[in-house]
Design a protein around this ligand. Sequence first.
Ligand code: AMP
Ligand code: GLY
Length: 427
Amino acid sequence: MNILVLGSGGREYALAWKISQSKLVDKLYIAPGNAGTNSLGENLNINIADFNIVKETVLSRDINMVVVGPEQPLVDGIVDFFKNDEMLKNVNIIGPDKKGAQLEGSKAFAKAFMEKYNIPTASCFTVTSSNLEEGLNYLTTQKSPYVLKADGLAAGKGVLIIDSLEEAQNELKDMLSGKFGSASAKVVIETFLKGIEVSMFVLTDGEHYVVLPEAKDYKRIGDGDTGLNTGGMGAVSPVPFVTPEFVEKVETRIIKPTIQGLKEENIDYKGFIFIGLMNVDGDPYVIEYNVRMGDPETEGVMTRIDSDLLELLDACAKGKLNEVDYQTSKNTSVTVMLVSGGYPEDYKKGMVMTGFEELDADCIIAHAGTKLNDKGEVVTSGGRVIAVTAHGNNIEEARNKAYKNAEKIKFEGVNYRHDIGLDLMKF
Ligand code: AMP
Ligand code: GLY
């Protein structure tokens, strides 16, 4: 099979890394990819937001399957574009249709879906400029901290958690007046859930599913969960509090009703579902759905899947996920994300990276914001630059190896968290 992975980050590197090991892959393309994906397959420097260009690429390279990494093309309807095009009818595409992508693209849609299908989540109230007064009153019925979410995609910045009622009321007004552009023309006010977060991943063909390894993500920039929110600074998989009993609750209360709901809504969903969960005293509540894999979770999760990913994706596309042999590793993976100094605010690009040849053979690096410069050197080209993953029999072993290798990669201004996994060692 010829495969095209869409995207350019660490998540796409990890997907391509795993696909490149498949016995079913003939030619692997990544568009646009990064400095690392080029050694897993062939990078194609195309604009993936232009679906006609994607179509031309798929047809001219005889591509059999497209794996969509990021959410934006899904929210923009790339799956519908493929399904509705005579020439692309026989090309499989992994991801939900445009309506299904609303699970991530609209918080209000996701909340209404969860309410309709009785899926545990925080209670909420949706506000637009036409019911602002009701929204301000609703806030007075809530306890601090107050959770305000922009309805639409806001590059991970659209959620505010605020201690003071007055400030929350002011923020609500600001959001409705365009603080996050059109993404916050609608705002969801949610009850605050107290607990520990975990990212669960499901691959579904719309009928059957497999639960992929779960992971814990570290969102803040600083050690001890301090400072600004980022896209994710590291990950650990598996997560010690995700016991078989907890997974059973997630399957019964969340995954099965979600898939049932997708069917009842006539949503065509053959792809990944990322369920952001809060573990509240042993009970799972959905914080958010994403219609793609997580980043940096994927960089760890892919290293813990023993089965052939392409076999899984092919079965997914054919509606036969119930027939696959699916095995995961018992090892623990720890992923440390190396970022540019200044990230998640302003940072420099183009810093030359060194140290790759000193890495241990069993440590896995996933390029994220990297590219090759004119001299063929690997240089930084983004905030999150490269993810270092190592395995061990437990978190401590995996942590030690991951950090030993993370220290070897050098570039001006390099920064990373030193406490990935530390909080989980007490479980
Ligand atoms: P989201 O984009 O919905 O994942 O929200 C971003 C982050 O805000 C989440 O990862 C949580 O840490 C936090 N968060 C969102 N909703 C809630 C909630 N209802 N209670 C507590 N924390 C929340
Ligand atoms: N790591 C969180 C996300 O991918 O949204």
